[in-house]
Ligand binder design. Structure first.
Ligand SMILES: Nc1ncnc2c1ncn2[C@@H]1O[C@H](COP(=O)(O)OP(=O)(O)OP(=O)(O)O)[C@@H](O)[C@H]1O
Ligand SMILES: [Mg+2]
Length: 213
């Protein structure tokens, strides 16, 4: 099967400090890869690079069977908005904006905007994640775990092919962690590729493979 992600010999430095050192990683459709490593080892840096949010690296990177270096900025931006769902470690939600608008935010950057048909969305997500009663609240009023679930909903709403999840359960209680893992396994069954960074050893068995940075 063709790899969805093929990184080879990737290195990245900040100034004189090397963060990623000749790193290689492959992932196929339907694969659930868990990324671990000590704090500061470069896990978030790697996800940013994979998610087309950072092009300051050396090495080869093919995504969706295309060389990332050959992609134009608009092309990358379309991929980010339509095929990649990024759950950020720090949520990246917009304060002083409602939960609903935050979840719909990526669709505002799309040409068709929110006029996408309802069937294009995972409409059951707010209920599944237990945030249906929060939709009209302001982001600033919410707890860490509530924000984390909203960040998950925003990333998954439009069925991305690639899910990049940076410690998505870091602020979740055990019940919500179990719900998210079940959802990831369901998405994996549908052929989605999931890369999940976690420090939680109890989540390792969910992965097909563990990559330790
Ligand atoms: N913009 C930046 N400028 C300089 N150094 C940076 C920058 N961003 C990250 N770093 C450094 O790169 C290293 C890797 O950071 P990264 O956030 O990828 O770690 P991580 O593995 O995700 O850690 P954690 O488990 O704490 O989230 C760290 O040492 C960090 O200080
Ligand atoms: Mg990190």
């Amino acid at each position: 099967m063709t790899d969805l992600i093929a990184l080879s010999d990737i290195s990245k430095q900040y100034g004189s400090i090397r963060i990623l050192d000749h790193c290689s990683l492959r992932a196929s459709p339907g694969e659930f890869v868990i990324i671990t490593g000590s704090s500061g080892s470069g896990k978030s840096t790697l996800l940013y690079l994979i998610g087309l949010l950072d092009d300051r690296f050396t090495g080869n990177y093919r995504l969706f069977d295309k060389d990332v270096r050959q992609m134009s900025d608009p092309e990358k931006s379309i991929l980010r908005n339509t095929r990649i769902g990024f759950i950020f470690q720090n949520y990246h939600l917009v304060p002083h904006m409602s939960v609903r608008d935050n979840i719909l935010l990526p669709s505002l950057y799309r040409k068709k905007s929110i006029f996408l048909s309802v069937s294009d969305r995972m409409e059951n997500l707010p209920e599944l994640l237990g945030i249906e009663n929060l939709l009209d609240r302001d982001i600033c009023e919410l707890s860490g775990g509530q924000k984390q679930r909203i960040a998950v909903a925003r990333a998954l709403l439009y069925h991305p092919d690639l899910i990049l999840a940076d410690e998505p359960t870091g602020n979740l209680d055990p019940d919500n962690t179990a719900i998210l893992m079940e959802l990831f396994l369901e998405l994996k069954q549908q052929g989605k590729t999931i890369l999940m960074v976690t420090h939680d050893p109890s989540l390792r068995p969910f992965g097909d493979r563990i990559v330790d940075l």
